[in-house]
Design a protein around this ligand. Structure first.
Ligand code: GLC
Ligand code: GLC
Length: 845
């Protein structure tokens, strides 16, 4: 089978050896404010915080050819014109390699005896992408090269950038400083307080271009810009149209010689009062001001020269190779730290690389981006999801708890006073997104889920006392605990005729639109007003989620009572009892009205008809309710959990994982909405939605079936992918969806990177299969593994304690702990306290 790359675990890299991957295989640069997406051929773009409102470089989604545009270097060596990343020139290379690592990418290509290697990364706490280009002459003759850098500016708003041309083609402006730094000052003279720049910092450029048409030629593509072909820049100054930034550098390399060039693509903000450089409007003064030449689109009379102090500082900071290398080393060390909180040695390198490297890395990425920017998410449509972000933070909280804490506060601040929530908010403003609004009735439960995970990781109960507003309205603040209570109540106060939760607009499955009834193709299923008034539509998924997170809420109240939190022990106990009553009632309702004989129903529709029942013609069984009701253990004693899990295997499973529903819908059902709009086998209509596979896997561990849990786990785990051509997308991260058994091409992946799959599989493998689970007091040890796994060790750092845990399974069991010794002493329970210091734990199954 054809492969396009391999894992280099020692360096924590995925190495791509053939640039013509079946789809662009991307990576992410930056992890806090300034971000970049980069493909294995250097395609992609940068943005600051918000991929919609602060898009810095331009990218064309769904272009032809795929993935055109990015940060490119062109090399004209007199014989050939080539790029180290193969694209855009696509000149056949003598060698090519792309290494995607933790927040950096290194692309190396060689041609005609010259090797060009570019390291791309965003230094910590920096609003800039640094590109270190290393050119090496591997021959014994002198090489004379003409190098062109290239990037294209986006006019800031990624949405209007692609539609409002009557304005855009007149607004683009630049400044060019000393011929080496190109500033993107579009709209700077009016309301924007930000600008971007692209600098060559450790050498002087021999020319530049800032106007796309002058550089590329109107009818050329990225593969053959006319300036590169001619071997000569045009020193163009952009006026409107499409501003770009390109440096031209002449390089001579002696035999064996190598040279480094540092390029910095940065973003800065200035306060209103300091926006402009002081000047009187005369060129001479302006020149003195910047100690060199300054050319601006606005010409002689530009009164709006950017105050460049901040850019200068960044350029200065990254003007030596030593400085860049030191920053790169810092980034590496940060990742050493992040990945040291949980490591496993299992004897299976696939498992180890997922747990120790890639699953954790993806969790960081989903935490940063929610569902906003990937090669499937354009960065303009969706901000931070309420439910999505709560789930993502659960996969990330052990890495940087303080960031998870802040995220919880931000999310909760978008909640409405009745417990309902904005479904999304914008990362830049942190405000709820009015375009989509609220009404997704699963949303509130996820706040409990996220907060509990945070407290169990950190032991920080103080977060519950944080004062958090409703809908960001100053003066409305209540404690975070109050938000949780109202969240819990939101479900209880919105029950339907079977005493099951009303679904509202949709539950976790955004496409099960039971109150939508849309016949208008111009209407979005996601935003159309729903007809929930008078609706009987109820969700078994929310029922299961409510029981699961409700139990967490009860446990939290009990814990607070135990700790005498805020001296309210009695009140918390009372609240715990009240909540337990609601949960018991929900469990009864599920058993009575939510069980179909072999599995849990999925929902009741607007009219009160069953969805996900053997009585249905299509969509007889759905995965979400099986996952949540089994995780919650509903009907365990009655055998429901095992039966439901068996049904998942029987009806949903296939060689690539479990599909969402079966049989797939083959017609449009107006009472179900978007789910039935997808062709069979794709997305929410019987695709393998990887996000919900782990729910069933955790369900399997609740039923103590380690072999089954493991089998399901490995089916969707990237490290087990065999056929890279079929799978198509990155083999190092989870994707949202793999085409299901009813699809034209079962096994083909889509929507890689930004998916709750990352966090849920992290939870599944670490807490439920390997069974190392944070509790309020410490770590609970509860493995549920395949009988073939005879021994593994885990190092887990929890708060100020480090545990080296060895689990031995000599008899090939699937679950059950026979004994535990902590620092040499046998303990009677399965929870080890988080006492500061280093501890050795031996577990015998
Ligand atoms: C997408 C959404 C998520 C939703 C899921 C199922 O992944 O981001 O919020 O739960 O689809 O529809
Ligand atoms: C579509 C997708 C779904 C996603 C939703 C959010 O319905 O199928 O996965 O959650 O859009 O916008």
């Amino acid at each position: 089978m054809k492969t396009f790359g391999y894992f280099d675990d020692k360096n924590r890299e995925y190495v791509i050896t053939n640039p013509a991957t079946p789809f662009p295989w991307i990576n992410y640069l930056g992890n806090e404010d300034f971000f970049g997406l980069i493909s294995n051929t250097a395609g992609g773009y940068d943005f600051y915080k918000d991929a919609k409102f602060r898009r810095i470089t331009r990218y064309r989604y769904n272009g032809v050819p795929m993935d055109a545009g990015g940060r490119y270097f062109y090399i004209n060596d007199g014989e050939a014109i080539w790029s180290p990343g193969w694209k855009p020139c696509k000149t056949p290379l003598d060698s090519y390699e792309c290494r995607h690592g933790m927040n950096y990418t290194r692309i190396t290509g060689s041609k005609n005896g010259v090797e060009a290697s570019v390291l791309f990364f965003v230094p910590l706490k920096t609003w800039a992408e640094v590109q270190k280009l290393t050119l090496r002459n591997t021959t014994d003759e002198v090489k004379r090269l003409k190098i062109f850098s290239f990037t294209e500016w986006c006019l800031w708003n990624a949405a209007t950038d692609m539609e409002n041309f009557q304005r855009n083609w007149s607004t683009g402006e630049v400044e060019i400083e000393n011929g080496s730094t190109i500033y993107h000052k579009t709209e700077y003279k009016e309301r924007r307080n930000h600008y971007a720049f692209y600098a060559l910092t450790n050498a002087k450029a021999n020319g530049y271009d800032t106007d796309r048409e002058s550089f590329i030629g109107l009818y050329n593509g990225f593969e053959a810009p006319q300036c590169v072909v001619a071997g000569k820049p045009s020193n163009s100054v952009a006026h409107g149209w499409s501003p770009i930034a390109s440096h031209y550098v002449e390089v001579e390399l002696k035999p064996g010689e190598s040279k480094d060039f540092i390029f910095v693509l940065g973003y800065e903000e200035n306060e209103q009062k300091q926006k402009f450089a002081p000047l009187s409007g005369k060129t001479a003064e302006r020149d003195r001001n910047t100690e060199g030449t300054l050319i601006t689109s606005l010409g002689e009379l530009d009164h709006t020269i950017i105050n460049k102090d901040k850019a200068h500082a960044v350029i200065q900071r990254f003007s030596t190779v030593e400085a860049v290398d030191a920053d790169f080393e810092e980034l590496r060390q940060m990742w050493d730290g992040l990945l040291s909180k949980f490591t496993v040695k299992s004897g299976d390198e696939r498992l180890d690389r997922m747990v120790n490297i890639w699953n954790q890395y993806q969790c960081m990425i989903t935490f940063c981006f929610s569902r906003s920017a990937s090669f499937f998410e354009s960065g303009v449509g969706r901000g931070m999801g309420f439910r999505d972000s709560n789930q993502d933070l659960v996969g990330f909280v052990h890495q940087v708890p303080s960031r998870a804490r802040q995220r919880i506060i931000d999310i909760a601040s978008t909640q409405f006073p009745d417990g309902g929530c904005y479904h999304q908010y914008q990362p830049l403003t942190k405000r709820g997104n009015n375009d989509i609004g609220g009404g997704f009735n699963d949303d509130p439960c996820w706040l409990i889920f996220g907060t509990v995970a945070y407290i169990k990781e950190t032991g920080d109960f103080s977060i519950l006392d944080e004062m958090v507003p409703w809908d960001n309205e100053p003066g409305t603040e209540v404690t975070l605990f109050e938000h949780l209570r109202i969240s819990f109540n939101h479900v209880v106060e919105n029950l339907g005729p079977h005493m099951l939760p009303l679904i509202g607009r949709a539950d976790w499955n955004d496409c099960l639109n039971l109150n939508c009834f849309s016949w208008d193709p111009n209407e979005s299923f996601q935003t159309t007003e729903n007809n929930s008034e008078g609706s009987k539509a109820e969700s078994l998924m929310i029922a299961g989620l409510f029981v699961l997170t409700g139990k967490q809420y009860v446990e939290l109240c009990q814990e607070m009572a135990k700790r005498g939190h805020n001296d309210g022990a009695a009140a918390y106990t009372k609240e715990a009892d009240r909540a337990q009553g609601c949960i018991d009632a929900m469990v009864e309702a599920v058993k009575k009205h939510g069980w179909d004989g072999e599995w849990y129903l999925r929902a009741y529709d607007f009219y009160g008809n069953k969805i996900g029942s053997k009585e249905c013609e299509e969509g007889k069984i759905f995965i979400e309710s099986q996952g949540f009701c089994t995780m919650a253990g509903i009907g365990m004693e009655e055998g429901m959990v095992e039966k439901a899990l068996d049904s998942c295997k029987k009806y949903l499973d296939c060689e690539h994982g479990m599909v969402l529903n079966n049989p797939a819908f083959t017609r449009y059902y107006v009472e179900m909405g978007e789910i039935s709009s997808y062709p069979a086998g794709y997305k929410e209509n019987a695709g393998i939605f990887c996000h919900n596979n782990p729910w069933v896997i955790i369900g399997e561990t609740v039923a103590r079936r380690g072999n089954d849990a493991w089998e399901h786990y490995t089916k969707i785990c990237p490290a087990w992918i065999k056929d890279q051509t079929l799978h198509k997308i990155e083999p190092y991260v989870y994707c949202q969806m793999v085409a299901g058994k009813d699809a034209a091409k079962p096994g083909e992946g889509k929507n890689s990177w930004l998916t709750g799959t990352a966090a849920w599989n992290w939870l599944t493998i670490t807490q439920y299969i390997l069974g190392i689970r944070p509790t309020y007091d410490g770590l609970e040890i509860d493995p549920c593994i395949p009988e073939t796994l005879k021994e593994y060790t885990v190092r887990r750092v929890l708060r100020d304690a480090t545990f080296d845990i060895t689990v031995k399974n000599p008899d090939g069991r699937q679950s059950g702990v026979r004994s535990i010794t902590l620092d040499g002493k046998t303990i009677e329970h399965t929870t080890i306290p988080a006492t500061p210091g280093h501890h050795t734990v031996e577990v015998l199954m």
